[in-house]
Ligand binder design. Structure first.
Ligand code: UD1
Length: 422
């Protein structure tokens, strides 16, 4: 297992390029199973979660060819003959559960392991299952597996209201609905850019989805879809991570390239409130921090609200802001494993229920820290980059799941991070 050793107090300068989105790529990969011909997906990041999903696809008989140098994935489902996803792979990555909707649409049958627990508490899949049932799927449980069947091979289609709105359930229901016999309606559907992109990709394959970007999606089922050539979006969470990281050191001056500013939602305005100067172009943003950061409270909510995937980074930035502010997570109440670790670095952070209160500015001192989740891990790296002395971040395999070449990108912008085997 690798760890990072970070020499602190380094501003970020120059340019840094954002990779393709992990969370948007995974639904596109599942969608590729529904074409009669191969699909080519561009701007796919080289990440462990992508490698895991490649293997999930391969188990079914799908041929997957990842041109890693070109970040291009070719997925050929012509020989898909085994519509199952085993526990060994699904437990590594919850998004493998997208196979349920995709295989159901492809084969009229799917046997997919339940994902199990997660580093930040319970993450249920009840809405995925209820949604598929509303479309006409027959669902049974067998020794930790979900077995879903479409009567007569194709789902009839139906209506479902998500409560709460869920990205994953919207994806699964969409994948199943596009090849149903009738019309389906998803109410209170997730509006995240990742869902919009999936709808665009499916429509480019011949699907008939209306209401893109709204909370009501209407899907007229079709009997056949074709493969597509489709470009994945930049990773909006990686973009936000680098923006916040740049803000944390007063001497930073960082331009973040290959972003889509329209995907940032309310984060963009909230970020400006901390006092940074941001200069946007069509696909980049330059971040110049002020001498003193303002302490700005946030609540993580569904899109376009502040993303839960950026709340740990924001809380970490608040240790360097002047004053007291809070971070509340309304999506995942337990996603605060980073708080005691920040405390070890010298932060004044107090957790109460789903709110952490941070008083800044506190000088951070290097120490050994670790986390068991992706966004918490990157936050500890960010803290290490402004701390005095040396910080060790253990178990960085979580970072390799979701950030492509993280230390190389940051080092090219002035960070001093080395990767060593623990
Ligand atoms: C996705 C993202 C994750 C992000 C999250 C919220 C991927 C691979 N992961 O996760 O990075 O943090 O969106 O933006 O894209 N819920 C239920 N029942 C369900 C499903 C969800 O109650 O069946 C609840 C969850 O507990 C949570 C809320 O719905 O409180 C939203 O979760 P959801 O949008 O489903 O998150 P994921 O799709 O798992």
């Amino acid at each position: 297992m690798d760890k990072f050793i970070i020499e602190g107090n380094t501003p970020l300068k120059g340019n840094i390029t954002v990779s393709g989105s992990k969370n948007a790529a995974l639904p596109l990969m599942a969608a590729a199973l529904l074409g009669n011909t191969p699909s080519v997906l561009e701007n796919i990041p080289r990440l462990n979660d992508i490698y895991t999903f490649n293997n999930v696809l391969r188990v079914t008989g799908t041929v997957v060819d990842f041109n890693e140098g070109g970040n291009q994935l070719t997925i050929n489902p012509s020989n898909l003959s085994f519509p199952e996803s085993p526990y060994d792979l699904v437990r590594k990555m919850r998004a493998s559960f997208y196979m349920l909707g995709a295989l159901l649409a492809h084969s009229g049958y799917a046997k997919v392991s339940l994902p199990g627990g997660c580093a930040w508490g319970p993450r249920p899949v009840n809405l995925h299952l209820e949604g598929l049932k509303a479309l006409g799927a027959e669902i049974t449980m067998d020794k930790g597996y979900v077995i879903a069947k479409a009567p007569n091979g194709r789902l009839p289609g139906g209506n479902f209201k998500l409560e709460p709105s869920s990205v994953g359930a919207t994806v699964n229901i969409l994948l199943a609905a596009v090849k149903a016999q009738g019309v389906s309606v998803i109410r209170n559907a997730a509006r995240e850019p990742d869902v919009v992109l999936l709808c665009q990709a499916l429509n480019s394959m011949g699907a008939r989805i209306k209401g893109l970007g709204t909370s009501e999606l209407t899907i007229e089922g079709v009997s056949e879809l074709q493969g597509t050539t489709f470009r994945n979006a930049p990773d909006r969470i990686e973009a936000g991570t680098f923006m916040i990281a740049a803000a944390m050191h007063p001497e930073s001056d960082l331009t973040i390239d290959n972003i889509d500013p329209s995907d940032l939602g309310h984060f963009r305005q909230t970020f400006d409130q901390i006092g940074v100067t941001t200069t946007y172009s069509d696909n980049a943003v330059r971040v110049q921090p002020p001498e003193k950061l303002n302490a700005v409270s946030i609540k993580a909510e569904i899109y376009p609200g502040f993303p839960t995937d950026l709340q740990a980074q924001w809380a970490t930035m608040l240790t360097q802001a002047h004053g007291e502010a809070t971070v509340t997570d309304h999506i995942y109440y337990d996603r605060f494993s980073y708080v005691p670790e920040l405390g070890r670095l010298g932060a004044n952070a107090v957790l109460h229920e789903n709110t952490v209160t941070i008083k800044g500015k506190t000088p951070l001192q290097g120490a050994s820290v670790m986390s068991t989740d992706l966004r918490a891990s990157v936050s500890l790296v960010m803290a290490g980059m402004v701390a005095e002395g040396t910080t060790e971040v253990l178990r960085v395999y979580h970072l390799d799941r979701g950030y492509e070449n993280l230390e190389k990108k940051l080092n090219a912008a002035g960070a001093l991070i080395s990767r060593v085997s623990e």
